[in-house]
Every structure is written in C-alpha cells, then in structure tokens.
Design a binder for this molecule. Structure first.
Ligand SMILES: [Zn+2]
Length: 184
C-alpha cells in the first residue's frame, strides 16, 4: 500500500504527463467529486480532503493519481500543465455503477505541496473558494451553587440552552428557563 506521500508524488507525475487507470476506489471517488456538489478538494502529502456543503471529508489518498489523471485528460491538459480550467461533461459515466456527469467546470492546479481541485456548476464560481466550514459553537456553561431539582446534586456546571433553561451535567435533565442575564 503506497503511503500518502507516495500517492501525492504519483499525482504530481500525472501533471507531468503520466497516466494512471481508474480502479474501483478511484472510480467511486470520481463519482463523489463530480456527483453534483460544488466542492473544493485538496490533495497533499497528508491525503485528500474535500469540502462541500459546509463540511470537510477525508478520503483515501490511493485514489489521487487516477483521479488527477482522469480529470486532466477530461480537461484536455498537455503534459507539464500546472494549472488548467475547463468544462467537462455532460457524459454517461461507468466508473462506479452507471451515472450521469452533468456539465461541470473544473480547475486543477499543482505545486510541490498542494494539488487543488475546484468543481463548480457555474464557471464564474471557479474564482471563489468555498467558505471554510465553521466550527460548531461551544455550548455555554455556567457554574451555579444551586442544587438540581431532579437529582439534588450541585453539578460541576450547568449547560445553558437557547431559551436559558439549564441542563444539569450530573443527571442530564433540564429545569425551566431562568431570567436572561442582563448586561446592565
Ligand atoms: Zn441533576
């Protein structure tokens, strides 16, 4: 099994002109990449990370050389291309089951550290990176001396819900909303 670093090096060789055939894993990955989401994918010596729908997903790096090969061919890239923008599809695909590739706009670029792939349904959207996913907000907690009416404990902390009700971290049950603290 090649390491993520080796996979990245082979994917860079695809930019130089070498070609790698799609297998079942890379065929599935291609279907994920071109299945209809606007997405940004980055291939690095650490692996493949794909962002779409406000989330990021990590994938197996072994698929990278064949994925990059297929996309460069579909885009009509010449050997030693470092960046290319093209539209691909529509087409009927048979890489992982039979599926339909809609008309999409793709941009691929390569440096020694990063292969970046953008997939968009609109060409003008290629210039705009997708927003980075926001970390989930930390739920607010309060420390209170009061005993929980359910379990009678004074929990280490209470979690504060949107309506200002309090969840006891000792027993997990909530009590009615408190008055919202004022800033004055
Ligand atoms: Zn409790």
């Amino acid at each position: 099994m090649p390491t993520p670093e080796q996979c990245f090096a082979l994917a860079l060789e695809a930019f130089a002109g070498r070609r790698f055939e799609l297998g079942s894993g890379s065929g599935k990955m291609l279907r994920i990449l071109l299945g209809g989401h606007d997405l940004d994918a980055s291939i690095t010596p650490s692996g493949i990370r794909v962002s779409f729908g406000g989330r990021t997903h990590d994938y197996m790096p072994e698929t990278a050389p064949a994925i990059v090969s297929w996309l460069l061919d579909a885009a009509g890239a010449q050997p030693d291309t470092r960046e290319i923008t093209a539209s691909i599809g529509p087409a009927e695909m048979r890489t992982y089951g039979i599926w339909r590739l809609s008309r999409l706009h793709v941009r691929l670029s390569a440096t020694r550290e990063l292969i970046a792939i953008r997939v968009r349904s609109a060409a003008e959207a290629l210039d705009v990176p997708l927003p980075l996913p926001r970390p989930l907000p930390e739920p607010p907690y309060v420390v209170l001396p009061e005993r929980c009416p359910h379990c009678g404990e004074v929990p280490e902390r209470y979690r504060v819900l949107h309506d200002w009700s309090l969840v006891c971290l000792a027993c997990g049950r909530s009590q009615p909303a408190r008055d919202q603290p004022s800033n004055g």
